[in-house]
Design a protein around this ligand. Structure first.
Ligand code: ATP
Ligand code: MG
Length: 437
């Protein structure tokens, strides 16, 4: 249970000046779990102006209205916040006022979950008035106090709760779980960016699928498009799960990366809208990648996801059902269309999609292995699949007397020929080909 040197210095300085000072919240939780905390927060009886004066030029008033001072120590930052209680909440998000209190216990009481409401001092002494340590040991996420009140105060806690359950692999205490379901609509008051941040962390948690399975109604508040997937029967022999279960298995089958997890969550979101049944009673979903792409694009815009993130996810969704080529030429074309990074992602997407289908159809995994071997071989041999790898460039063409849009068109045509294996990627051959064009 080692508090890092730079945090110890902050605690020591506060104590030496006669104040109480504790590490608090997520860092205590993580230390007790044997995890490395991302950041260390300190809570103290010192008033913000006292903290400011004590740390002088190392102190920055980053959130004075909430009692927070950022202290720089050994090139790291520690947030030092005065013990406080939150006033009334009117927007389901933020207290109207905060007031400072001399009581550590009062400060711990305002925190969301018991496992997040513990404090540890320099000597490793623990303050745990709400049974956080026991909940950590048994793996239970439980609100501090009355769940209904806590979610009414701040609806973001609903998603924080699901996120912690997914990341820590914890069960949600029944009273807390029930209250989450009942208050889900309050998430409508929460800023899209906050929902996005929590959702992506949730998706990367080790228990993401289990949490999504238990709470599709919560996700449905901001993404109602997912709801028709729940219980939707494929009526197709390739599938042993309904669309939602298939989706959750696919989410679990990709590495915990936000782009991949999000792509899997959304890859079949358009299926219910594309459903048809043929004369033999088999279900089909013609055109579902394109409909899923459209829906996903909308959904990611709604959560204000960064453009690059959104574009990559929707591209994977659009491509997820295409066959992966297993020829040099096919893979060079795929590389040209997607680039190496996204083609590798697409391979992971296709593997996961297949693993989430009926076990009799896993033969595709071997085809994907083969495609990956060829891809590795092409890349090791420096295969040319982009304009910047082409052995000639615009300047070469200008020297040959080309100008204007002709240049770009010619470069593209040359790249096509190289990708398709009609021309080698060497200068002489390419320049000769330009002469003939
Ligand atoms: P992470 O690992 O994501 O940093 P964390 O628990 O440290 O998780 P932070 O957002 O850094 O989360 O918040 C630090 C602490 O502040 C929490 O552990 C909790 O005690 C308290 N806290 C944060 N957000 C809320 C909230 N919305 N309602 C109540 N308490 C909160
Ligand atoms: Mg934290």
């Amino acid at each position: 249970m080692k508090i890092p040197e730079y945090v110890q210095r902050v605690l020591t300085a506060l104590e030496t000046a006669g104040h109480e000072a504790w590490c608090v919240g997520g860092c205590v939780r993580d230390v007790l779990l044997g995890r490395v905390p991302e950041d260390w927060d300190v809570t103290t009886s010192a008033l913000p102006e006292e903290t400011m004066a004590l740390f002088g030029s190392h102190a920055f008033p980053t959130g004075l209205q909430h009692g927070t001072v950022t202290v720089r120590a050994e090139h790291r930052s520690v947030e030092v916040t005065t013990y406080r209680v939150d006033g009334a909440y009117h927007d389901h998000r933020r207290p109207d006022t905060v007031t400072f209190t001399p009581s550590l216990e009062e400060d711990l009481r305002r925190r969301d979950f018991t496992v997040n409401a513990m404090a540890m001092d320099l000597r490793g002494g623990l303050r745990d008035p709400f049974g956080g340590q026991t909940d950590l040991e048994v793996g239970v996420l439980r609100c501090v106090g009355e769940p209904d009140r806590r979610f009414e105060e701040d609806a973001l806690r609903i998603l924080r709760g699901l996120r912690f359950a997914a990341v820590l692999g914890f069960a949600i205490d029944p009273a807390t779980a029930e209250s989450i379901h009942r208050h889900r609509e309050l998430l409508g008051d929460i800023a899209a960016e906050r929902i996005q941040a929590e959702l992506l962390k949730l998706l990367c948690g080790k228990d993401a699928a289990a949490v999504l399975r238990g709470y599709p109604d919560v996700v449905g508040v901001f993404w109602p498009e997912v709801l028709p997937m729940v219980g939707f029967d494929h009526r197709n022999r390739h599938h042993c799960h309904d669309v939602w279960e298939h989706t959750l298995h696919a989410v679990e089958a990709v590495p915990p990366d936000p782009v991949l997890r999000c792509a899997m969550l959304l890859h079949d979101v358009g299926k219910p809208r594309c459903f048809t049944v043929d004369d033999d009673g088999n279900g089909h979903f013609y055109g579902h990648p394109e409909i899923s792409r459209e829906l996903a694009d909308n959904m990611l815009r709604r959560l204000k996801c960064p453009t690059g993130f959104r574009e990559t996810v929707v591209r994977l969704v659009a491509w997820h059902d295409r066959n992966i080529p297993r020829t040099d030429r096919g893979l060079r074309r795929a590389l040209r269309a997607l680039g190496e990074e996204d083609l590798r992602r697409l391979i992971l997407v296709k593997r996961a999609d297949n693993l989430a289908q009926a076990p009799e159809y896993r033969g595709i995994q071997r085809e994907i292995d083969r495609a990956e071997e060829i891809l590795d071989k092409l890349l090791a041999a420096d295969a040319c699949f982009s304009l910047k790898q082409l052995a000639v460039n615009g300047r070469d063409l200008i020297e040959l007397g080309l100008s204007g849009p002709e240049i770009g068109r010619t470069l593209k045509a040359l790249l096509d020929s190289v990708v398709d294996g009609e021309l080698p990627n060497d200068r002489a051959s390419l320049l000769e080909a330009v002469g003939k064009l």
